[in-house]
Write a protein that binds this ligand. Structure first.
Ligand code: NDP
Length: 247
């Protein structure tokens, strides 16, 4: 518990993965957590409450954060129910991996809508509440904002946009609201366990965990980070600092 009692945090994409880890961490720290996700299957990320009921320390709202009307409903819901917002964690995101020649405009737009435009919609909707609370925003970008594999254009473009949007918002919303970005590297959330070789590839000696991201997010919305805004924090076990040449 870090003295967050009475303060409210909204975590998008918090039904599973990194978002669920952040929601759990913040609830354990004493935050009241609202999780907004389009996946109703993960409606109890903070505890074991069944869908539609409020888990200890928080509640779930079904919302597609890339949809303007849905975000407007979410803002009205939080305004009416919690009546305040102290922290906004913009975590929802997904990737389409496809050769650019096969990528439709609808697919490109759907990635941009969830990964980037949602942050604009959420911050615009919650600006007054965040200013009143002297709150903080954390955006989740990716190391793919800075480096790429083939066939990831829409995702990389969206995450580069998140980094830029973060510093633009920090300048516009300060001094009342701080805005910072976390760019994760490989954070293990699903799929086969990383191999020993994959762990060893990281200068830190291992693949990341959701707790690695959740701990930093908790710091960035807490009082000890008060002099930090507009910054990007790369959390990747050192991979983007590792020089690689062909054997
Ligand atoms: P997951 O796919 O495990 O979880 C993301 C959650 O967000 C899912 O529940 C998903 O629902 C939901 N979501 C997706 N789109 C929307 C939307 N439009 N509205 C509401 N909810 C939505 O992702 P991760 O936990 O792996 O990633 C979380 C964030 O971290 C993302 O922004 C991702 O880009 C970023 N990231 C992750 C890395 C990793 O290694 N895991 C590395 C770098 C960045 P649904 O199941 O319906 O899609």
């Amino acid at each position: 518990m870090t003295g967050a009692s009475g303060r409210v945090a909204l975590v998008t994409g918090g039904a599973r993965g990194i978002g669920a880890g952040i929601a759990s961490r913040l609830a354990a720290d004493g935050w009241r957590v609202v999780v907004a996700d389009r996946d109703p299957a993960g409606a109890a990320p903070i505890g074991t409450a069944p869908i539609g009921t409020a888990p200890a320390g928080g509640r779930f709202v079904l919302c597609d954060v890339g949809d303007e009307a849905a975000v407007a409903r979410l803002v009205a819901d939080v305004d009416g129910t919690e009546q305040r917002l102290d922290a906004l964690i913009c975590n929802a995101g997904f990737m389409i991996r496809k050769p650019v020649r096969d990528l439709s405009l609808a697919e490109w737009s759907s990635v941009l809508a969830t990964n980037l435009t949602s942050i604009f919609l959420l911050v615009r909707g919650f600006e007054t509440m965040l200013r009143t609370a002297r709150g903080a925003v954390v955006t989740i970008a990716s190391t793919r904002a800075h480096m790429s594999e083939p066939d990831t254009e829409s995702y990389s473009a969206s995450k580069g946009g998140v980094v830029a949007l973060t510093h633009a918002l920090a300048v516009s919303l300060g001094p009342e609201v701080r805005v910072n970005c976390i760019s994760p590297g490989w954070i293990f959330t699903k799929g086969p366990q990383p191999t020993p070789e994959e762990h060893a590839f990281h200068p830190a000696g291992r693949v990341g965990t959701v707790e690695d991201i959740a701990g930093l997010a908790a710091f960035l919305i807490g009082p000890e980070s008060h002099f930090i805004t507009g910054a990007e924090f790369v959390v990747d076990g050192g991979v983007t600092r590792k020089m690689i040449y062909p054997e």
